[in-house]
Design a protein around this ligand. Structure first.
Ligand code: NAP
Length: 231
């Protein structure tokens, strides 16, 4: 049994991570902003018993991230930095500083702070410890073109990718694997109904990639199929 911690676990990809991990016998600390309102997670908790713990976490709250290790029910092997946001259409001439700062806080800064807060625990108590940052192909500078899907989102995922690259050797030294992982274009609230993948397919692919990770992979930018993306 592997012990996971997932952020943004109440819907979309985070919720599907929880479903598939519980189904295969792993345990999960499912973090979300409002556990009391997370109906699907609470329904899963009824069957999962002590393999599922729900914890409140707003990843934009740096103090809450720092306090998280003290609230965990036990050891964690894999941290999945999944929570993410996108801005509404961002038009040149109308860029908004508060919107840009919020997207960067949630998508780029929070995963770095969570990785920093949990690495000492992963390092000491984790079995084959891993940190997975859910990124996007839209963070690829090589492939970036135009303002489709806004400005902030692509900037935030490129910054996240850089964070993964910058932390790769530090975490390798500590025996913790660390990668940036693109889930594909998935039918969630964020991906929309026209997306090409169902959450089940994306998570199945990502778990197969995560299972095989080692510190030899540190700093890689991968797809849910295990292919390497260009920076
Ligand atoms: N879907 C895609 O096609 C796609 C493609 C590439 C990458 N991704 C990435 O995959 C990850 C999951 O996306 P998704 O498609 O599942 O999106 P989603 O359906 O919109 O779900 C986003 C999740 O993030 C949570 N979240 C947002 N802000 C948060 C905060 N401040 N603190 C804690 N949780 C917060 C949301 O919680 P609330 O319910 O509280 O808002 C929700 O659980 C994101 O990092 C996204 O960038 C998705």
């Amino acid at each position: 049994m592997t012990r996971y911690l997932i952020t943004g676990a109440n819907r979309g990809l985070g919720l599907e991570f929880v479903r598939q991990l519980l189904a295969r016998g792993d345990s999960v600390v499912a973090c979300c902003r409002e556990p009391d309102a997370a109906k699907e997670l609470r329904a899963l908790a009824a069957d999962a018993g002590d393999r599922l713990t729900l914890l409140p976490l707003d990843v934009a709250d740096a103090d809450a991230i720092a306090a998280l290790p003290g609230k965990l029910p036990g050891a964690v092997d894999v941290l999945v930095n999944n929570a993410g946001i996108a801005a509404e259409a961002e038009v040149f001439g109308e860029f908004d500083a508060a919107t840009m700062a919020r997207v960067l806080q949630v998508n780029s800064i929070a995963p770095m702070l969570l990785t920093q807060a949990l690495t000492p625990l992963l390092e000491k108590q984790g079995k084959q410890p891993k940190v997975v940052c859910i990124t996007s192909v839209l963070g690829s500078i090589t492939q970036a073109e135009g303002l489709s899907f806004g400005l902030s989102y692509g900037m935030s995922k490129a910054a996240l990718n850089m964070g993964v690259k910058k932390l790769a050797s530090e975490l390798k030294r500590r025996g913790v694997a660390l990668v940036a992982l693109h889930p594909g274009w998935v039918q969630t609230d964020m991906g929309g109904k026209g997306a090409t993948l169902r959450p089940e397919e994306s998570i199945c692919g990502m778990l197969a990639v995560i299972d095989k990770l080692s510190t030899a992979d540190n700093g890689r930018y991968l797809t849910y199929e295990g292919k390497t993306l260009p920076w």
